[in-house]
Design a protein around this ligand. Structure first.
Ligand code: C5P
Length: 224
């Protein structure tokens, strides 16, 4: 049977802690990749640690959001890391997405739609007047137009994205219980896969507390 796939968000500035996350999340039931974001990659030794990681699926969650020239330059600047996945905000615009795709090479370029920490109310506050689902749909169409390799959206919008985007769908905002932290659009791992997510991104529900125990909870939850 095909394994479920999870990117574990290594959100820390502490190398030992990240090593521990990597060690304790090893298992035979779920395919694990590691996501390094703004916190770890900007920390003193984070970048160099990632450059030395071997035989791991690596996701650099840089969430580029800039003019085309700067997005292109940033992608060139991290070429040496040879990461498998790299994120750019779809709201950077079609020109930036197309330009980024031209230089991303073997790295899969992932378009981030509306953050899972936002809801309709928070979108209105930053001046978006369309409803959230419509914006995600429109951004998925843009990602398709720019030939991006994957999309990040909430697991609640996978069906919408699938209408216009046929490649990989990656969903953060995954929760085993009602403890949402700062996330607004959440679903359980089981529901997320059922909706058609290819990869889940899970941070705190795995990395806070007993990591091995949390992985067991995840595996049991998926076996339901
Ligand atoms: O701890 P938690 O499971 O909420 O972590 C989610 C991770 O996914 C964080 O690293 C966050 O930066 C990232 N992410 C997200 N929502 C997006 C894109 C990325 O939560 N739309």
């Amino acid at each position: 049977m095909k394994k479920n796939k999870v990117f574990v968000a290594c959100d820390s500035t502490n190398i030992s802690r990240v090593k521990n996350i990597i060690k304790k999340t090893q298992n035979t039931k779920i395919k694990i990749g590691y996501k390094f974001g703004l916190e770890f990659l900007n920390s003193k030794n984070g970048r160099s640690f990632v450059s030395k990681l071997k035989k791991k699926i690596i996701f650099a969650d840089l969430k580029l959001h800039d003019i085309p020239n700067t997005c292109v330059s940033a992608i060139k600047a991290i070429k040496d890391l040879k990461v498998n996945y790299l994120t750019i905000h779809v709201s950077s615009g079609l020109d930036a997405l197309k330009a980024a795709k031209k230089v991303s090479g073997k790295t899969k370029l992932v378009g981030v739609t509306i953050l899972t920490s936002m809801d309709d109310k928070s979108l209105k506050e930053i001046g978006f007047t369309k409803n959230l689902k419509k914006i995600v749909y429109d951004q998925a169409r843009m990602a398709n137009k720019a030939k991006l390799d994957a999309i990040v959206c909430s697991a609640q919008e996978v069906n919408i994205v699938k209408k216009v985007f046929k490649k990989e769908i990656i969903t953060p905002g995954i929760r085993f219980n009602k403890d949402n932290n700062d996330q607004k659009r959440t679903l359980t791992p089981y529901q997320a896969y059922k909706n058609g997510s290819d990869w889940l991104v899970i941070g705190r529900p795995i990395t806070k507390g007993n990591i091995k125990e949390n992985i067991k909870i995840l595996i049991n939850h998926l076996d339901q």
